[in-house]
Unconditional design. Structure first.
Lengths: 336, 336, 336, 336
């Protein structure tokens, strides 16, 4: 069987990672072409993974030796890239968020639909084996009817302020993963949103119009209530936990420590901090995400994380911002 | 040193437990007199702990061989009992909640103040060594500035419907412990409350006007945000966890399993369920609570959990009910 | 039902504890009489638990208002006390070790047999719920055929040298609990013993002819191999763990920390040390041990931990000493 | 900087893994040449990693575009391969065990010495971050003087009988890793060995002259005592734990579960089995092992796991076999 040939669009931190994985660690896949508006970034990745650089996104998307595209460019260019790739008939992987604009999202989804191609959104955490075990347990009825879901998601440190300024803010950039997770593990859509936030870590984050500490309460169609807590700065590592509680018990995922040892003295039992950040915690999820994409693209199956799964968390994120601004519960159907 | 002689008022489940502890397990304390409006209940406890029964609450409170009273009667009688005991100059222990009526609470606190005696509220969880370690770590600055606090509190099963009907509902009966915990571990008062709830376990609870599943978000004076989740029915035991997260890390308490063993087979690693309920989990906290009371009563110190600590969680509980009914954030100063 | 009246013989640390438990915390039992060769010690305990003191062991054993005796005197007096109590027809609880002399042990067991009374040996750890869960899992076949058993047993600090001098040494005083545990959890007798030891903690222990650090390998009748490791000084608390491994998996017990909290910072996750020593760790086992004794004494059942269970670990302990001295495997049938 | 070019000798399971790692995941390294006596096996690996095949071991070892060799051939050919590679002046990585014959080992080490090249033995577990944390803690004095060391090492299932027949048996094939670990984490040589073993899993293993269940006790020069327990068949996964106990406390490493989730119901808390085997557990150690090798080979440093580290565990393994056969403690200086 020949490899699935993926053009990597965008050679920043995440695009570079995907190119590396496709080149060295994903079976049945390769990355023959890469593109970035910054030629230097494109050349660096191309050289590392033995790819050629394309002179334009269109060239990369349209290349004959390309079966699929991985859209890792800046968020505001995702929709145009999707439209171009759909027109070229390529299978599409797109990083989250799809866009910050619901109208634009709907334009992208319409292009995908009319082209009859498949789109997979980069909600990689669904492929983390620990979180997946939670979702599977719930789906198999192991916790009974779902009553409560608690998600903790704390980064080791905030991103640069210039990143924050175009990120869509904490709810559309960071919490959006948790909104996806809430839908994924409970198996139920979100009907309303209540959010509270604060600037506790860096005043510059507040000056950029964002929050660095947040709590969100979601009500699901099935009556379950989800709480999410976020922080942009966690002293002890990258803290990512999910718990679903129901009539039959609970399923929960937990973190890994940097390594698994303990030092016990008269002061107590000391274990190392958690794995530092997403590259350490989620590498396996990125690999399994690519395996699912390759499987879908080569067998003609449906996307496991399709356009609606990209759209719904954005709606929740926009509702969360509205809730913070207006101090009230916001229904998702107020957004779109 | 002679024992502190405590009259136990109310011989139901919790009064009977306190009488037992005072008789057999609390150093420097005894329970020479017990009282209950149900003479049979009083006789049973009296016989078990070698006490005499009083024919009225007033007689018990006023007895010469009584230094202090433990008020374990029904909630609606707490305030009158406090007023009577204050008038008699006895040191007072009173179970939570103080009352369901803020005006009545203020009457009780005024009586205590003018009598110049000390009142300790039965928020026993403050004396649980694990939760106390969280509070101490926060107080000593070990987690830095407090940003978030998460409290999980789930009972193994709901109380009888007739109990629920006079209980003040989940927020004033069950969550009130968590409201106290939030104030205790963060060291900061609550300024506003948002609550959501549902009836998921037993429709009869809803018919009684109560909820069995709830989420509450509190904003504290110091800017910290607390989330609380409650359920009246937890399949795997009594789940009681507290986490305080701040700029320097986090402090958290966890549960005990029924016993500490594991069975590992090809199916995985199986540990027993959690300790069943509060008698199992919190016995040590009840003992340490009495030790603090005896110390206070015999040395003339101040109460560690005084009248204000009884009043503040009730205000939060009433605000939570108002929040659920009105679907909005409620400021605590709207209540009283 | 009337209480089982237990005469407590020996009012040192362990006798005092048993008197307290019988008085305050064991249902259906009381301690009306206590005895110690040191009258002051006897008076102290008698006053605490509301008992009278006997002027001699014989008086205590023979008292009409005594149904059973708890032998907590020094090891060298156990056998005579057993013989006296058997002659008086009392049900007997005896602390471990039965004796340091196999001939004497056999004299005691013969007296018990001919009197037709029951004897329970104080191997309290069998009643620890965590260790018991291991034994039960093995007995129910949950780990399949038993292949290996690992026991870790480390004290927080060594006893006084004058205690050590008459204790029978580490194998007959401390490891004897582990020898019992190995028989209990594997359900199989020991056929040979290999032991290594060292003096690493205090040279005075070596000068007293004892070891403070030891490893023992036991071979069981069923082919299982047990390893035991001991230390008289463990910096992080009282470390008591048992693991049984077999064809189907393993069952294991673990320790409790002083309390169940964690502090997570950039330095890592810190939990408190383990519970300090046996009074903290094993209180519940002492209570369940007494419950079993009371049940046996009042219903006429058989002892769960009878004379043979007292004798066998002593044989193993003596074999361990012989193994260390002679540097070889010693069969238990070489001892007696 | 140019890559370190490593010829991979032997294309079985372990050689194939090393070729993959060198090709795709080790920075600054490549595998341009592979060799196996089975041409088909060599071709398969060559094709996978883009290497050429050599027609003989000598050709591979002597190639001009080869800086180093990775000896992954059958154990009985290790020494000749080392001698050839030393003569060719290549830096050598050799899988464990060096050989089953001490005389041959000494011939290999002499060749290495006289060639002045470096040899690194494949005791990869030293590079497992959890075990390394134990060794580092001990080396930094965090546990004080070392008194005891416990190593548990259990495979998920036995190897094929034809592998066992030429493996040197459990002590030279499997436990040899633990002998290395004992030296590594305690930082002290072994002076004597006591071993017990049994055939409990498969009679065919016994018929092949081997054991499948074993316990070993080692005495170290510094007085520490190590216990090792082994099983060839562990129902719940690959169980690899190390604990070093000393005057100041203990340092210990633990396993990873297949994933990090829990399902809690009224039956208890269920976590998944352990990672299946060494490819899952020790991938990171293989990568870090290669990083150390590349660093050594390119900077001219000393081997971290040199010839003596390959020889000493073999001596212990042979002593363990002698101990089982003769039923006694065997000094390592009896072996060589």
């Amino acid at each position: 069987m020949t490899d699935l040939r993926v053009a990597v669009l965008g050679c920043g931190r995440i695009g570079s990672m995907h190119a590396d994985l496709l080149d060295a660690r994903v079976d049945q896949a390769s990355a023959p072409v890469v593109f970035d508006v910054n030629a230097e970034a494109a050349n660096a990745v191309a050289s590392k993974v033995g790819a050629r650089t394309a002179s334009s996104l269109e060239e990369a998307v349209g290349a004959d030796d390309v079966d699929a595209v991985a859209i890792c460019t800046s968020t505001d260019t995702h929709v145009d890239a999707i439209v171009a790739a759909a027109a070229a008939g390529k299978t599409i992987f797109c990083e989250k968020p799809l866009s910050l604009d619901i109208v634009a999202v709907d334009r992208a989804l319409a292009a995908v639909d009319s082209a009859g191609i498949e789109l997979q959104i980069g909600f990689n955490r669904r492929y983390d084996p620990s979180h997946k075990a939670v979702a599977d347990a719930v789906a198999h009825g192991a916790v009974g009817d779902v009553h409560l879901c608690n998600i903790t998601s704390r980064d080791p440190g905030p991103p640069p302020i210039d990143y924050i300024e175009t990120s869509g803010g904490i709810f559309c950039d960071m919490t959006i993963h948790d909104f996806d997770m809430a839908r994924y593990v409970t198996g139920s859509e979100v009907v309303d949103v209540f959010a509270r936030g604060a600037v506790r870590i860096d005043p510059a984050i507040g000056e950029a119009g964002d929050l660095d500490t947040a709590v969100v309460v979601l009500t699901h169609e099935n009556g379950a209530i989800t709480t999410i807590d976020n922080s942009r700065k966690c002293a002890y590592g990258y803290d990512q936990r999910v718990e679903v509680f129901g009539s039959g018990g609970k399923a929960a995922s937990d973190n890994y420590h940097e390594f698994n040892s303990v030092l016990a003295t008269e002061r107590g039992f000391l274990r190392p901090p958690l794995e530092h950040f997403f590259l350490e915690r989620y590498t396996r999820s990125y690999l399994d995400q690519w395996a699912a994409f390759v499987e879908m693209a080569t067998t003609g199956g449906d996307s496991q994380v399709g356009g609606h799964d990209g759209r719904a968390p954005l709606v929740i994120g926009l509702a969360a911002w509205k809730s913070v601004r207006e101090g009230r519960i916001v229904r998702t159907d107020e957004i779109g």
